[in-house]
Design a protein around this ligand. Structure first.
Ligand SMILES: C[S@@+](CC[C@H](N)C(=O)[O-])C[C@H]1O[C@@H](n2cnc3c(N)ncnc32)[C@H](O)[C@@H]1O
Length: 259
């Protein structure tokens, strides 16, 4: 892939990349991460559930059948976790890649079509109706965004969330400060590309995920953007910082406002 000559953050480039990854995305992400992506998706849903409880202590009431917005939904890998935790939810899922969308829809029609609407669109530019979501989630969709893109996404989340609504996002990250970081980065940037080239006849698409992850760093910048929107949040590191998450809620009254 001509990464040096291409803007790897161009939405068309990102959509093409995931179009090519779509057929194998499910098993490759699970196997290449030794199952950690499954654990982290579940952790993200647990953070969302915890935020619902904290928001309730602050006077917010999340409906029993919440409207959930799943951003950068891909093939819908987080849905089983989401629907286990919020069985009466309706999920609106957004993804920019046509082929990821098609994979997701094929999956939907089997068991979950009543509970999920999947839309192929750009999460940064799609006009999201104000207060249309009680909960917002995104798993592993941040790393292909620039910092400016992350600011746009933070604004989108603030618009879409109803007051008192909760959110949780998780992303693979660079585990700075971890003693085994060099080994981890060697695996991500050297071993995985070799395995991909060998198994997938020279393809280097999934290997790009290592490049994006290293450049992404962690959720710190995105957390600042969410705070700038007036959202309350906490940050977490998972497995020595190999993933980081942000979770929180939209205050019923703007932060700092007196009743
Ligand atoms: C690594 S996958 C994660 C998919 C899924 N959420 C998961 O947990 O496996 C990232 C997804 O984000 C999508 N994506 C990237 N930029 C996007 C954007 N601006 N709008 C909507 N989807 C986007 C890609 O098409 C891809 O399907």
């Amino acid at each position: 892939m001509g990464e040096d000559h291409q803007d790897i953050y161009d939405p068309a480039f990102v959509a093409d990349l995931f179009d090519r990854c779509s057929a194998r995305y499910r098993w490759w992400s699970a196997v290449a991460s030794f199952g950690l992506v499954w654990v982290w998706r579940r952790a993200c849903v647990q953070r969302l559930g915890a935020m619902v409880l904290i928001a309730r202590l602050k006077g917010a009431e999340t409906p029993k059948a919440p409207r959930i917005l799943d951003l950068m939904a891909g093939t819908g890998e987080v849905w089983p976790h989401l629907l286990a935790r919020f069985p009466r939810a309706h999920v609106t899922a957004i993804d920019i890649s046509r082929a990821m969308h098609d994979e997701a829809v094929a999956r939907l029609h089997r068991a979950r079509s009543h509970a999920i609407t999947h839309i192929q669109t750009d999460a940064l530019t799609e006009p999201l109706p104000a207060a249309s979501a009680d909960l917002v989630i995104a798993t592993f969709g941040l790393k292909t965004l620039t910092q400016a893109g992350q600011s746009l996404l933070a604004a989108q989340i603030n618009t879409a969330l109803a007051p008192g609504g909760s959110f949780a996002l998780i992303e693979a990250s660079d585990p700075r400060g971890w003693a085994l970081r060099p080994l981890y980065l060697w695996y991500l940037t050297k071993i995985l590309p070799l395995v991909e080239r060998a198994l997938l006849r020279g393809a280097q698409d999934f290997s790009m995920i290592g490049t994006y992850t290293q450049r992404f760093g962690d959720c710190g910048h995105f957390a600042q953007q969410l705070r700038a929107q007036g959202l309350f949040l906490t940050e977490r590191r998972h497995f020595f910082g190999c993933a980081t998450s942000v979770s929180g809620f939209k205050p019923i009254a703007p932060l700092g406002a007196k009743p």
